[in-house]
Design a protein around this ligand. Structure first.
Ligand code: EPZ
Length: 416
């Protein structure tokens, strides 16, 4: 079982290039099943979650051809299997994004219910409510979501919560439905906009992505084409926080600054210098950091996927910082690992109160989920001495070659 070994105390300096966005790629790969012609996706990150989803779609009978390290061609014939096996799905929650496309194009879907994961129960009630409103019959049987329909029909749907996955599933399904779908109180993350742009590049009619209301006019079928996925704002954010925490001076390339605006604002509040250009960001941390308060919210609020990484940075910031996690019910657990490194953190419900200490001590720690793993890397980079991180398969789900990128900007980190 591989581990990451880090020796802390070295500021990150230099230039790092960001990979394609995991959460855009997973939705866009799922959406590719809607296309009647081949689709060529570029800037796809070479990470485990993507490999697993591509394997799942290939098992359905989709032709998946890797055209290069970050390019894949997907050809979906007019009839494929619509049953995803549990053994595959349990590895990847995002396989639930196949539900909308399979129903819309093949009028059938049997998807093993994705397990909960360490950050929360991850229900699908909003996905199901929306698809049922469009005429799908959906049942939950023996751990499977089973859906069937004749042709879906457009509907007016209000999401109780701006769920990213529900917005994506319903938007994808609506592209081939009969008539108009109006989707309200939707998620506004950049990955939603990227998915809408991808669908429109195939001939769909999606309007309003990125605002509170998305309108979709159903069409008969979608064509193919070539599409580059947006950069990963959470990978970019992770490097920005690592640069800030280590007192570094890092140029992050291939990023869209507006996508990380909420994080830039918080880093500046913490006395970090951030310089934005059109497709890169420089983070300079040459003065003592200030304690700050963070509340995670759906976009454009502060992203829950950056919460644990910020907690790592704040463990060594003089004063008291408060983090409130409003999106997932169980996403503060990485605090327990930081406490093993000497951090002073009090967690009650969805709130963590952090008293800054002089220095974390390196220790043996374990990742409990993807972003907790990334946060432990940040902690290892600033701790005194050596840190050993296990369960790094979680980290490999969402970061392409993270230790190579960190070594290239001065970190003492290796995988063994
Ligand atoms: C997506 O998950 C991302 N994953 C997550 O990133 C991200 O943290 C999350 O959005 C929020 O931004 C992918 O895009 C593959 P949600 P998703 O539906 O779609 C509740 C990472 O680290 N909810 O917006 O599952 C749910 O319980 C991952 O890259 C319902 O109640 O998130 C949660 O509390 C982690 N009913 C909240 O909404 C539903 O039907 C947000 O979930 C659906 C969701």
């Amino acid at each position: 079982m591989h581990k990451l070994y880090i020796t802390g105390g070295r500021p990150l300096r230099g230039t790092v290039k960001i990979s394609g966005a995991k959460n855009a790629a997973l939705a866009i790969i799922s959406a590719s099943l809607l296309a009647s012609e081949p689709v060529c996706l570029e800037n796809i990150p070479f990470i485990n979650d993507v490999s697993v989803l591509l394997d799942i779609t290939a098992n359905l009978g989709v032709t998946v051809e890797r055209m290069g390290p970050n390019m894949v061609k997907i050809s979906t014939p007019d009839s494929i299997s619509t049953v995803t096996p549990y053994k595959e799905v349990k590895k990847l929650r995002a396989s639930n994004l196949l539900l909308g496309p399979l129903l819309a194009r093949f009028c059938n879907a049997e998807i093993a219910l994705p397990g909960g994961c360490n950050i929360g129960t991850r229900p699908m009630d909003l996905h199901i409510k929306g698809l049922e409103a469009m005429g799908a019959q959906i049942t939950l049987e023996h751990g499977f979501i089973k859906g069937s329909c004749s042709r879906l029909t457009g509907a007016k749907i209000y999401l109780d919560f701006p769920s990213v996955g529900a917005t994506e599933n319903i938007m994808m399904a609506a592209t081939l439905a009969n008539g108009q779908t109006v989707l309200e109180n939707v998620a506004k993350e950049p990955e939603i906009v990227d998915l809408a742009n991808f669908l429109n590049s195939l001939g769909a009619k999606v309007r309003g992505a990125g605002t509170d209301v998305i309108k979709i006019e159903g069409v008969q079928q979608l064509g193919g084409g070539r599409y580059p996925v947006i950069p990963d704002r959470i990978e970019a954010g992770t490097f920005m926080v690592a640069a800030a925490a280590t007192g570094g001076d890092l140029l992050i390339e291939q990023v869209i600054p507006t996508h990380v605006e909420p994080l830039i604002a918080k880093l500046r509040e913490a006395n970090v210098k951030v310089f934005e250009q059109d497709d890169n960001i420089r983070v300079l941390s040459d003065e003592p950091l200030k304690a700050i308060d963070i509340k995670t919210l759906p976009y454009p609020g502060f992203p829950t996927d950056m919460q644990s990484q910020m907690m790592a940075m704040l463990t060594m910031v003089k004063g008291t910082s408060v983090i409130v996690e409003n999106v997932f019910e169980n996403r503060l657990q990485v605090a327990d690992e930081f406490k093993r490194m000497g951090a002073k953190i009090k967690v009650e419900g969805r709130t963590a109160v952090i008293q800054g200490i002089k220095r974390l001590q390196g220790a043996q720690v374990k990742a409990s989920d993807l972003r907790a793993g990334a946060a432990l890397i940040v902690a290892g980079l600033i701790a005194e001495g050596d840190t050993e991180i296990c369960n790094i398969r979680y980290i490999d789900r969402g970061y392409e070659g993270i230790e190579d990128k960190l070594v290239s900007v001065g970190a003492a980190i290796k995988r063994a």
